[in-house]
Design a protein around this ligand. Structure first.
Ligand SMILES: Nc1ncnc2c1ncn2[C@@H]1O[C@H](COP(=O)(O)OP(=O)(O)OP(=O)(O)O)[C@@H](O)[C@H]1O
Length: 449
């Protein structure tokens, strides 16, 4: 990384040779050309980090050469050498894509300083690219796990949505994957190299949300000791993800509507509109249509947001995704270990209603990966509320029923649950219920199960 491959194009022999020697002494690898056409031939086959070219050359001037170099080697840094007094030509060269210029005569140190800057920039570019690749890998569509037809179709829709610039509204209960979807859309969109800025509208207080979103001028309010850019300005050219938009206060909703309509914001404390180019992805856990009917959400904003709605089903309504998701998370937390999972575990997971959706499933996989040191995941190791969800046992009890009957109903439910969870293996079911197998057997006979 420290070494740069450099190409010098200069027809003045003395300058060319002395520059080449200086750069070689400084540890760089250098090729030199008197004729620009010869240089072009080599650039076709070899990539240089830096091309240092004179502007006045025989056959082809530096200005004519530049577009050809940019085309053949777009990632090379081009430095133009120009005579004193022709700075305007150098500026012209920079407009055409040269990285910088140096005025002749220059001393060795000046050139080495310039090359040091190139080195820094080059390593920044590499870091940036690695960062970018990381996000592209992390957020390709395969990262969205699920085998239900619903998820397969959803992914196809998301691919189409990603290519557009339109506003997206993601609707789904907590933990269903709304934020993951926002990431997928952004990192697969033409804006992927620009920022994705996230705003959790639900946790920002009414007082701070406006300046968070739109920024503020110095002195706009007590404590505003300097100008601050808002999240919309930070997301310029990129995407903003407004999580829990249903929690945004009504007076801020008016301003959001304006941003969406006009693509411009006003910082708090200023009435000067600032043009922005931001794609908006919003998410909501509540039905915005219902909220707008009851006056809690502006109807016009709802319509403006609801251009590309994406509805994320709760996990309990796409049971085929539960096992693949569980295995995926278990693998993620496994540290290379292989787990043996009892069939009964899968059945219990599929029967549970997952109020916390995928997040809850992910947490359980993490917990099991830590607790199951023997790498065997059995039903007995699952949290009890999964096998015996509280709440549903009283649901159909009616007030006129005698207590003994309610208790019997409850027993029947618990036994049925345990049998399903244990794959109808009575010994395992007894273990789940913490009952002696003989007691379970007599109860099964009593209730004719
Ligand atoms: N289909 C999926 N495949 C892989 N991981 C998923 C999937 N759905 C959700 N997750 C993971 O589950 C966790 C919760 O998802 P996420 O934060 O996107 O949900 P959310 O709907 O935005 O939640 P909230 O409304 O509470 O903010 C995250 O770690 C996310 O990566």
């Amino acid at each position: 990384m420290n070494k740069l491959d450099i190409c010098i194009i200069e027809d003045e022999e003395i300058l060319r040779i002395s520059l080449k020697d200086d750069l070689k002494d400084a540890g760089y690898s250098v090729d030199d050309f008197e004729n620009p056409l010869q240089a072009l031939d080599v650039v076709k086959k070899k990539t240089y980090d830096v091309i240092i070219s004179d502007i006045r050359l025989p056959v082809l001037s530096g200005l004519e050469l530049l577009p050809k170099l940019r085309e053949l080697s777009p990632n090379s840094f081009v430095i133009i050498m120009t005579a004193y007094g022709s700075v305007e030509t150098a500026v012209e060269a920079m407009k055409k894509g040269a990285y910088d210029y140096i005025t002749k005569p220059f001393d060795k140190e000046e050139m080495l300083l310039l090359l040091n800057r190139v080195k820094e920039l080059k390593s920044l570019r590499i870091e940036n690219k690695e960062y970018q690749n990381y996000f592209e890998d992390k957020y390709n569509f395969d990262a969205f796990i699920g085998e239900s037809d619903y998820v397969k179709e959803l992914k196809e829709t998301l691919k189409i949505i990603s290519e557009t610039n339109s506003t997206v509204l993601i609707i789904g209960e907590t933990g269903t994957g709304k934020e993951l979807i926002a990431n997928l859309i952004h990192y697969n969109s033409p804006r992927k190299n620009k920022p994705l800025i996230k705003v959790s509208c639900g946790i920002l207080s009414k007082e701070v949300i406006e300046s968070e979103l739109f920024g503020h001028e110095k002195g706009a309010f007590t404590g505003a000791d300097k100008l601050r850019l808002g999240r919309f300005e930070k997301a310029d050219q990129g995407t903003i993800y407004l999580d829990d938009i249903d929690d945004v206060p009504l007076d801020i909703q008016v301003k959001l509507l304006r941003v969406l309509q006009e693509q411009e914001i006003e910082r708090v404390g200023s009435s000067e509109p600032i043009k922005i180019d931001v794609r908006v992805i919003a998410s909501t856990k509540a039905d915005l249509n219902e909220l707008s009917k009851s006056g809690k959400f502006r109807e016009d904003l709802y319509y403006r947001l609801n251009i590309l709605p994406v509805y994320l089903k709760p996990l309990r309504e796409r049971k085929e995704d539960i096992v693949p998701l569980f295995n995926h998370f278990l693998h993620q937390y496994s540290n290379g270990k292989q787990y043996e999972v009892d069939e009964a575990v899968y059945r219990i997971l599929e029967n549970y209603n997952w109020p916390g959706n995928v997040r809850e499933l992910k947490n359980i996989a993490e917990r099991l990966s830590i607790l199951c040191r023997d790498c065997k995941i059995t039903a007995a190791k699952l949290p009890r509320e999964l096998s015996f969800p509280s709440g549903d046992i009283y649901l159909d009890s009616d007030k006129n029923k005698p207590f003994t009957e309610i208790v019997e109903e409850l027993e029947i439910k618990l036994i049925k649950n345990a049998l399903v969870s244990a794959g109808y293996n009575k010994a395992k079911a007894a273990e789940l219920l913490n009952l002696p197998p003989s007691t379970l057997k007599s109860k099964i006979e009593k209730y004719g199960l």
